[in-house]
Design a protein around this ligand. Structure first.
Ligand code: GLU
Length: 494
């Protein structure tokens, strides 16, 4: 049997470090045994999935050097590898489960389900789907279908007992069925949920081993029961530990940049990022800190993954990156890295028009445009609040601005400006007064090149990172954070 692993990201945002981490471990496991590694795009969430995100995920995995044998762009014998192109297959299998009595139709409207939950809560019960679809008679089902009533297909889950399975990394795990809901498999729009699509695809793509994040453990009974319901051999399943912030909370963009693009734009070397991810819960038999992907594959042993949450510490990554720069690159190779990174006519060509109107000598360039190649600028935080606007208002407006930018698909000046303007108006700020702290955050100065052009040229990740640092300079208490979150709920969606 071919060893075949996969990574199955949902293209709903920035390419996440966690995706690269899961990809790396699956990749090493397969490659060490001469197996294959697959990239599958799980884009069944039609609202949140975007082609830009899919492209960014593929670009960043490639940048890291994790090439896939089968995938949406390279094809493969069990394709297509994008779930939105496989809808008919999922429908067929959902209905097959209904025919076999393993799943059932539910015609309940969302109002009916809300009411059900409210009543359960009023009775002090945990809100949970009550299995009402199972009580429908054949005739009722036929009549509803004939009347074209919208329906979902749900999984039939036992009401008592428990499910035991063997996790490749954690040993036996037992989960009582009462903690497992009657999962929707096919939604009213005819699209599958993660569970159905994931199982159908892993089976059809002949995935032999699944190593995924520990946040999925509780859903393992549903997945594995689906294999049983279909009469399919389940792949080996293991749950890798979640990456954590240095304070041990789950790695999140609030505390650490999580987008791989950020690390690329900051000038980390892909080898170092991969090396550091390889040290998350795993180490070389001789404990050496620096190793290549090929060395990791050679010595890889999934059983040696330690489950205590590995901490992703940007300072340690920077240290390792420095070692890679000093020890692994000749001067001419390092020169080439600079060229590939930002010292090329493509990037410099964008910066030049910004600078040309403002310099008298070529050497003025460093002072004027240093922020285009620098990482996070240093400045006196007092500059952020030196303008007219009140500090509390700036704090909230900056946070709104960052959140709005996160959802921006094309990071271009007109769109960035529209967001800034809307956020300023909402806070009754003049746009000029709101752009002042943004200017400082992005350029580190009070006068320089146009800030909105700079943001477009710097890109989303670096711009947002600088804004987040500005916010951190202002300081944000737990209470303030809560208030800002509450206020944001009132903010009109774009
Ligand atoms: N699409 C899921 C995710 O985004 C895949 C989880 C899995 O590997 O099964 O994490």
């Amino acid at each position: 049997m071919t060893i075949r692993t996969r990574v199955a990201p949902s293209p709903t945002g920035d390419p996440h470090l966690g995706t690269a981490y899961i990809a790396l471990f699956n990749y090493c496991f397969a490659k060490q045994q001469g197996g294959e590694f697959v990239l599958r795009i799980e884009d069944t969430d039609q609202v949140r999935s975007t082609p830009e995100s899919e492209q960014a995920i593929m670009d960043s995995l490639r940048w890291l050097g994790l090439e896939w044998d089968h995938g949406p762009d390279v094809g493969g014998e069990f394709g297509p590898y994008r779930q939105s192109e496989r809808s008919e297959l999922y429908k067929k299998y959902a209905h097959q489960l209904v025919d076999d009595g393993k799943a059932f139709y539910c015609f309940a409207t969302s109002e009916e389900l809300d009411q059900m939950r409210e009543q359960q809560m009023a009775e002090g019960l945990r809100p949970k789907y009550d299995g009402r679809g199972l009580k429908l008679t054949e005739d009722e089902i036929k009549a509803n279908l004939a009347a074209d009533k919208p329906y979902v297909i749900r999984m039939n889950i036992p009401s008592a007992g428990s499910f035991k399975f063997n996790d490749y990394l954690r040993g036996e795990i037992e989960i009582p069925w009462e903690n497992v809901d009657m999962q929707v498999l096919l939604k009213a729009d005819g699209f599958p949920t993660y569970f159905l699509a994931n199982v159908v695809d892993d089976h059809h793509m002949q995935i032999s081993h699944i190593f995924r994040g520990e946040e999925w453990i509780n859903s393992a009974p549903k997945l594995l029961k689906l294999y049983e319901d279909f009469g399919w051999q389940a792949p080996v399943l293991g749950h890798l530990p979640l990456l954590r912030n240095p304070d041990k909370s789950k790695l999140s963009k609030r505390k650490n940049p999580t987008s791989i693009n950020y690390y690329k734009e900051m000038g980390y070397l892909p080898e170092a990022v991969l090396n550091y991810l390889g040290r998350m819960g795993w180490s070389m038999p001789d404990e050496r800190e620096k190793f290549t992907l090929a060395e990791m594959i050679e010595h890889f042993d999934m059983k040696r993954v330690s489950l205590g949450g590995p901490v992703f510490d940007v300072d340690k990554l920077s240290w390792l990156n420095g070692m890679w720069i000093r020890e692994n690159l000749t001067d001419s190779e390092l020169m080439q890295r600079f060229v590939d990174w930002k010292f090329n006519s493509d990037f410099f060509g964008k910066v030049l028009p910004e600078a040309k109107t403002r310099i008298n000598t070529l050497s003025d360039m460093v002072d004027l445009a240093g922020h285009f190649v620098g990482g996070i600028p240093t400045y006196d935080p007092a500059l952020l609040t030196a303008g007219k606007a009140d500090e509390d208002v700036i704090r909230q407006a900056l946070q709104f601005f960052i959140w709005q930018l996160e959802g921006l698909r094309s990071f271009e000046k007109p769109e960035i400006f529209a967001i800034a303007k809307a956020v300023a108006t909402f806070h009754e700020l003049k746009i000029k007064d709101f752009l002042e702290p943004i200017f400082v955050a992005i350029t580190g100065k009070t006068s320089s090149t146009s800030v909105l052009d700079a943001m477009e040229i710097l890109g989303s990740d670096l711009s947002r990172a600088r804004l987040r640092v500005a916010l951190a300079h202002l300081g944000i208490s737990k209470k303030q954070a809560k208030n800002i979150e509450r206020a944001y709920r009132e903010y009109p969606a774009a």
